[in-house]
Design a protein around this ligand. Sequence first.
Ligand SMILES: [Fe+2]
Ligand SMILES: [Fe+2]
Length: 176
Amino acid sequence: MSVAGAVRKTARKVTNALTPAVYAEGDMDILTKLKQEHREVQALLEELVDSASAAQSKATLRKIKAALVPHARAEEKIVYDPLRKLKDKDVNQDGEEGYLEHALADKVLLTLSRTSNAGSPEFKAAAKVLRELLNHHIREEESAIWSDVKNNFSDEQRHDMNRRFEAAKKKVKIPQ
Ligand SMILES: [Fe+2]
Ligand SMILES: [Fe+2]
């Protein structure tokens, strides 16, 4: 490699090393954040369905509520609402579908919370329904909603959405 080439390569390395410093810690594309949180909830749902005792089920349910409810409310505000405002029928419909599926998940969460015996067939059935519903929802979200977001919002806007998503989550009250 020529001296000039080596200098260019080093300069590029330095630039690449410095680039992440421009972003504050935790600053990322909202889609990256949503994906992390989806995987976290999916792991908890497996834990809920497979839990060996009623006490473990109750503890896992609490973790699911703490992770899922702020995620869903902030997602509605920061992702779905802007999509519903765009003048595109298909995109609007994706947003509506997301809202509906969140409402269904809320309903099953409520059933789980109100079922005092976490070892009962009712609880186990609701846990499985919640897992199936959310796995379906997440799959659709990560395809339809995400392409809507990528098609309509720039990289910079998606970083800004993530900041607002984090702030919105903090304001959400987790139900008992
Ligand atoms: Fe989501
Ligand atoms: Fe969602």
